[in-house]
Design a protein around this ligand. Structure first.
Ligand code: GAP
Length: 450
């Protein structure tokens, strides 16, 4: 796809999302707050359906993974131990005239420079050597490291004693609860703890709609293994990531794996594969798979002075488990699912927009229409059918607004796979017309068999 087509696609996704109630800019009536989005009625449903698929696949569907829901605000020492206080920073640079701040690596990339493996001092040198200016054309200062954690104060005193941070990854709540799970459920290695929840990062440059935001949700498993087994489980989760890509309907031909080089990995990782997706604005990280070694448990053990070792009964050995971490961002999933689902075709000379969501992720799986809204016998029958479908646990919406053509267009745009119409014949033969979103094909189906 050409770059202007990509730009157009992005605009279409943003406008459809707002028009149909998927996502709204956070605090919009006050002009918005950069890096924050709110989920509208359809967005909530899409998000929940995706999270459910993940939870079924990575937690409930497995005997060896336990669920967790930890607090968002954690003891400040958590971040000393995790290394986030010292290392969780992005390279930042300031326009000396406007004082606007930018990501130094983004500015270099925009000037056609590959930033792989570059340290902040290398970036600084390159910016000076090439005479790179700010987007407003002004001289830039020096590259600094900017810590991305949001801080807050706990309790009535706002001082250094009460200062802590909103978690920048869900993972830390898992590490700090590892011993609780071990002591209460007594799992044997290998086992994992999975969690879905919010994370916060004060991104220097939030951008690209839901892609880089300051408040987002992560779905993460920390999988604890014996040190010698790490490769086996790394490969296992590598396959699981692909299974999840398929399960939510992300176009797998747009996903590629990228082995992250030594100098570019997060401070805790000895091996990382990024799963990248071809978003309309470029190929960017969708998910990450990391081998975190015993980095986190070892450091939490030392800082908290708690024994976080594991005793292997069979081998009669005590050691700190190593960790494999598949990490999934919910917002990046939503954007990849939307990009993959967005389709257009032509019906009666007009462009039809439809979202080819898998029925498992679609906000509504069925829409039920009475052919005419002013005929009580049709409306009553349609209500009956609606209730019948609802009872099965399927997601169904009742729609009697406008003519049938308009209703189809509306349901196509929100990705409803099946539209069910009740007409006069239905009252006689107990059959309804079921129309397929993708093909437009219509079939008569017995109500009892819906
Ligand atoms: N626990 C590991 C971890 O947090 P990460 O690569 O920093 O690793 C994991 O983040 C995933 O979280 C990413 O692959 C992405 O899906 C999502 N993510 C990270 N930062 C994000 C942001 N600012 N906005 C939206 N999603 C983000």
């Amino acid at each position: 796809m050409k770059s202007n087509e990509n730009h157009e696609l992005m605009e279409k996704l943003v406008s459809l999302s707002k028009r149909r109630g998927f996502f709204f800019r956070g605090s919009e009536i006050y002009g918005g707050l950069a890096g924050f989005y709110d989920y509208g009625p359809l967005g909530v449903s899409l998000k929940k359906n995706i999270e459910k698929i993940w939870w079924d696949m990575f937690v409930d569907g497995r005997e060896d993974v336990y669920g967790l829901d930890a607090a968002l605000v954690m003891h400040p020492q958590t971040y000393q131990a995790s290394g986030h206080a010292a290392n969780f920073a992005d390279p930042m640079i300031e326009d000396t005239k406007t004082q606007k701040r930018y990501r130094a690596d983004h500015l270099l990339e925009e000037n056609g420079i590959d930033v792989t493996g570059l340290k902040p001092e290398d970036m600084n040198k390159l910016i000076k050597e090439r005479g790179i200016k700010s987007p407003d054309g002004n001289v830039l200062g020096d590259v600094m490291q900017f810590n991305m954690m949001f801080h807050t104060f706990v309790g009535a005193n706002a001082d250094s004693e009460s200062k802590t941070y909103l978690r920048p990854e869900t993972a830390q709540g898992i590490f700090t609860n590892y011993k609780n799970v071990l002591d209460s459920l007594h799992p044997k290695l290998p086992f994992g703890i999975g969690q879905i929840g919010k994370s916060f990062r004060n991104e220097i440059a939030p951008r690209d709609f839901l892609f880089r935001v300051r408040e987002f949700s992560q779905m993460e498993v920390e999988y604890f293994v014996a040190p010698e087994d790490w490769k086996k489980y790394f490969e296992h989760f590598q396959k699981q990531v692909w299974n999840f890509v398929d399960a939510v309907g992300i176009d797998r031909s747009k996903v590629t794996e990228l082995e992250i080089a030594d100098g570019d990995r997060a401070h805790y990782s000895e091996r990382t594969i990024d799963f990248e997706f071809e978003y309309p604005f470029g190929k960017k990280e969708l998910y990450g798979l990391a081998y975190r070694t015993d980095y986190d448990l070892k450091n939490h053990g030392e800082v908290s002075k708690t024994d976080l070792s594991y005793f292997d009964e069979e081998k009669k050995e005590r050691f700190i488990p190593h960790v494999i971490e598949p990490s999934f961002g919910v917002e990046r999933t939503l954007l990849a699912v939307l990009t993959s689902a967005y389709s257009e075709d032509e019906v009666n000379g007009e462009t039809r927009v439809f979202l080819k969501f898998k029925p498992e992720v679609a906000p509504y799986q069925y829409a039920v229409f009475p052919l005419l809204k002013n005929r009580p016998e049709l409306v009553d029958k349609a209500r009956e059918v609606y209730e019948q479908i609802k009872k099965t646990g399927a997601r169904v919406v009742f729609d009697d607004n406008g003519n049938i053509g308009k209703r189809y267009r509306r349901q196509d745009e929100i990705g409803t796979p099946y539209c069910v119409t009740i007409d006069f014949e239905s009252l006689e033969d107990q059959c309804v017309t079921v129309r397929d979103r993708d093909t437009g094909e219509q079939k008569r189906v017995k109500i009892a068999e819906l």
